[in-house]
Design a protein around this ligand. Structure first.
Ligand SMILES: *[C@@H]1O[C@H](CO)[C@@H](O)[C@H](O)[C@H]1NC(C)=O
Ligand SMILES: *[C@@H]1O[C@H](CO)[C@@H](O)[C@H](O)[C@H]1NC(C)=O
Ligand SMILES: *[C@@H]1O[C@H](CO)[C@@H](O)[C@H](O)[C@H]1NC(C)=O
Length: 491
């Protein structure tokens, strides 16, 4: 009995906490109240909230109702509301300077020691866009003084018609170009910056977000559109985590008459150790361009531009050093291209509309590649994995496993295969060339010869050239041969 009563109480307290959170937002303590005291507390907090709504504001240049109370440095919450700086949430007038001032104030706000050496801990300061739509005419570039533990969230940024086409709406790079060129890994610009719940409209002028030489950056629930360069550029640094986001040059839901003309890149990763998780790229010439190592992709849905129209879903352009994992993703009429893959894993993904994986030889290297347990669907009978050997054949092949994929309307390619042949004579041939990925390469063969004949022939493996396995016997017998081949084992 008491158990039940306790449960009710807990539920009531749960509701109470929820209500308090709703009323107070994130700048007041969450308390636990019950009954009348709770209702009274709500009324009191509401009143307090109304009177203190601008207590974290600085003096506002915009015509705002009533004078803002003085900013109490040190006791005020570190929330920097865009409108308090005169930013125009209707998107009519330019808000660049106001937003830059909010950012600059946040950087100069109280800090609690350091994250990485030299990176001030801003303690979770928030630049709140308050659901507004702001027009900006130049990039919101973070100050050069390294800082971290800061969030920009909750609104729309739109590039003006004179926004620089080489710029990004939000730019995590220091203002001086000289510190950019240093590739030192011991010094980062920013750490733990979070960009969340943002719509970024580049207005066909430049890109959305640029993250340079930063550490542990989060890009979460962002909708980035109308970019002409990159939706998101990540360069140097590491651990930029991009998740639950939507990127597209044009706002479309597929089958768009302009698709052949889509340009730009959804996400350009020129760095290591980043993750792209649950992200849709719905319009761009290249969905994700990767020129760094040890990046991971999961739950990515690319329908950015069909391969037939010259598009690529994920392009791994780092010959010899990819170290990339692509799992649980959806390549929708657009595929994956990997140059000289070394340590590449692609699994549990779905390829629709004749989308395929292209391994492109640059120096002939394919090592440590597994493409397993994927689904392919199409209607043109294309190979699920193809080789581009225009620059020379793959000739350094080691530990490549393409196996256990399933296909409908496409041709399975694999590095392991089984086959059989039946005949009455001295020679049996099983031709694996339609299925094996690499031409004229068999590293391992196993076979058995089965015959019900009264004689026991001697037999041997005679030839594997051009992926055709030939077994011969010394005398003619009616027999079946069963053969297993593998291209991928180490030589
Ligand atoms: C694509 O671009 C070409 C030239 O750049 C233009 O002539 C054509 O009309 C465009 N197509 C569509 C569907 O926008
Ligand atoms: C196999 O071929 C031989 C001679 O060509 C013939 O005598 C024999 O009947 C054949 N066996 C079967 C099972 O067809
Ligand atoms: C294996 O077969 C190919 C033709 O497929 C032939 O050119 C080659 O000489 C054969 N090798 C041997 C050892 O018989």
């Amino acid at each position: 009995m008491t158990g039940k009563a306790d449960l009710k109480l807990v539920m009531l307290m749960g509701l109470a906490c929820l209500a308090v959170v709703c009323v107070h937002g994130d700048d007041l303590q969450v308390g636990r109240f019950s009954g009348d005291r709770f209702a009274e507390e709500i009324r009191r907090m509401r009143a307090l909230k109304t009177s203190s709504v601008r207590r974290d504001s600085v003096s506002s240049p915009s015509p705002s109702p009533g004078p803002a109370p003085p900013l109490q440095v040190g006791t005020s919450p570190r929330v920097y509301p865009a409108t308090a700086y005169g930013a125009d949430p209707t998107g009519k007038s330019d808000s660049t300077e106001a937003l830059l001032k909010a950012i600059s104030d946040a950087f100069q706000g109280p800090s609690d020691g350091f994250l990485m050496e030299g990176i001030a801990n801003l303690g979770g300061a928030r630049i709140n866009l308050e659901g507004g739509n702001y027009l900006i005419s130049k990039p919101l570039r973070l100050p050069a003084t390294g800082a971290g533990n800061l969030m920009i969230h909750g609104g729309t940024l739109r590039a003006s018609d004179d926004f620089p086409t080489d710029g990004y709406l939000i730019d995590l790079s220091p203002t001086t170009s000289d510190s950019l060129s240093s590739s030192s890994s011991s010094k980062y610009n920013y750490e733990y910056i979070t960009l969340r719940d943002l719509m970024l409209d580049s207005n066909y002028r430049g890109g959305g977000i640029s993250v340079i030489n930063s550490l542990r950056t989060s890009i979460d629930n962002c909708y980035i559109t109308h970019f002409t360069s990159d939706g998101i550029l990540v360069k140097s640094g590491h651990e930029t985590y991009i998740r639950n986001s939507f990127l597209g040059q044009h706002i479309t839901a597929g089958s768009d008459s302009r698709e052949r003309n889509f340009t730009g890149t959804g996400i350009n990763l020129m760095g290591n150790d980043n993750a792209v998780t649950d992200v849709v790229i719905f319009s761009a010439s290249i969905g994700i361009m990767v020129t760094g190592q040890a990046n991971t992709f999961s739950g990515v849905h690319c329908y950015n531009k069909a391969t037939d129209f010259g598009g690529t879903g994920i392009y791994l352009k780092m010959p010899g050093l990819t170290q990339t994992r692509i799992v649980n993703s959806y390549m929708d009429y657009t595929g994956i291209v990997a140059e000289d893959p070394v340590q590449l894993h692609i699994s549990s993904s779905f390829f629709l509309g004749d989308a395929f994986i292209l391994l492109k030889s640059i120096n002939g290297v394919a090592k440590g590649v597994s493409i397993v347990d994927n689904m392919f669907s199409g209607n043109k009978g294309l190979d699920i994995v193809r080789l581009d050997q225009a620059n020379g054949a793959f000739n350094k092949i080691d530990q490549v496993v393409v196996d256990r994929n399933v296909a409908k309307g496409m041709n399975i390619k694999a590095t392991m295969a089984r086959g059989s042949a039946q005949g009455n004579g001295t020679s049996w041939t099983v031709d694996f060339s339609p299925v094996l990925l690499f031409p004229n390469l068999i590293k391992h063969v196993q076979y058995s010869l089965s015959s019900g004949d009264s004689t026991f022939p001697s037999h041997a493996l005679r030839n594997i050239s051009n992926n055709r396995v030939v077994i011969e016997s010394n005398i003619a017998v009616p027999a079946n041969v069963f053969v297993t081949v593998d291209q991928g084992l180490s030589s």
